[in-house]
Design a protein around this ligand. Structure first.
Ligand code: SF4
Length: 332
């Protein structure tokens, strides 16, 4: 919902302040999918608002469900689509949020990267993905967020930061910073800016190789920001925030899963004990890369080298909602 537009409209009608507060509370509650169902408002106002403003800036187009996740294609006001995912980890519900329509970074292991960038999402479109899930789940609600959907969050910086303020605000979505993770492909100046914000939001970094040449092949952005620059920015981040950084590492057969890769990883980590490797099994994307057949040897090698790691549990493969599988074509 465009809060400012609705507030201004209510003001133009000379309605008391409490009406705006009531509507905002209703909107963030996840209880209502339109103004018409807000039975605590006068009927004429409900009808009027319903005719003038959509409650959500995103509309469900296609919803897929598996045992552990749901994936929705959401239509935007200009006819473009994004995908958003809900993961059920038993004790908590996590939403995977998109920040762009497509992505300009073209990582070879990622379906979204093959779409190119159509545009950045607005603040409302980012926030409304969460409200969409809350409406679906009511009275349950999304408790954790990962910004790992479509797009590079740090390339939609201004809208991301404004959306995070709304997400964080006790009067709005009230999701605590420690329950939010942002994943970046490594936009070095923004890592520095993020560190300087000094929030408690978690940072994940798509590393995938500590070999400059291999990383460049997998992630074209690595040509712009070298591993040395990235390491410097991440060291600055951990020094400034004293927070752990998850280094995401998709295992790809014979490309980044050899003993030499562990050696390079150890060098990259150096003495920074706040770096933690997160092993992600490669999810197949059409025409894509081959998942590693050396995962066991690789994690044994990490263990031996004393590199801290976890293996991410992959959810949602059966509905193509897992890591790197989000894509939209025009037939949604
Ligand atoms: S992995 Fe992330 S940064 Fe890379 S192309 Fe996909 S969405 Fe973009």
């Amino acid at each position: 919902m465009d809060i400012i537009a609705v507030k201004n409209y209510l003001k133009s009608l000379n309605l008391p302040d409490f009406r705006a507060k009531q509507i905002i509370k209703n909107y963030f509650s996840g209880h209502y999918s339109d103004f018409a169902s807000m039975s605590d408002l006068p009927l004429a106002l409900r009808t009027d608002l319903d005719n003038k403003y959509p409650l959500l800036s995103v509309t469900e187009s296609n919803l897929l469900k598996s045992t552990d996740s749901q994936k929705v294609a959401l239509k935007l006001h200009d006819g473009l689509y994004i995908e958003s995912v809900l993961m059920d980890y038993g004790d908590w519900l996590t939403a995977c949020i998109s920040t762009q329509v497509g992505c300009p970074l073209g990582c070879t292991f990622c379906a979204t990267g093959k779409m190119g960038l159509k545009r950045n999402l607005t603040i409302e479109e980012i926030v409304d993905q969460i409200i969409y899930w809350n409406i679906k789940l009511f009275p349950k609600y999304v408790g954790r967020l990962v910004f790992m959907g479509m797009g590079e969050p740090f390339l939609n910086w201004d809208n991301l930061i404004e959306a995070l303020k709304i997400i964080n605000d006790k009067n709005y979505l009230n999701i605590g910073s420690r329950k939010i993770s942002i994943s970046s492909a490594g936009i070095v100046p923004k890592i520095i800016e993020f560190a300087n914000l000094n929030t408690e939001i978690n940072l994940a970094l798509s590393l995938h190789s500590a070999d400059q040449k291999v990383r460049q092949q997998l992630m074209p952005i690595a040509k712009q920001y070298s591993l040395a620059e990235l390491k410097k920015a991440l060291d600055f981040y951990t020094h400034k925030t004293n927070r752990q950084v998850m280094l995401e590492y998709i295992l790809i057969d014979n490309q980044n899963d050899q003993p030499e890769d562990i050696k390079l990883l150890k060098e990259f980590i150096g003495n920074n004990f706040l770096f933690h490797i997160n092993i992600i099994p490669l999810n197949p994307v059409k025409g894509g890369l081959i998942p590693s057949t050396h995962q066991k040897e690789f994690v044994d090698g990490l263990d031996k080298a004393g590199i801290p790691f976890t293996i991410r549990r992959s959810v949602g493969r059966s509905i193509n909602s897992a890591c790197g599988q989000l894509i939209i074509n025009n037939n949604q």
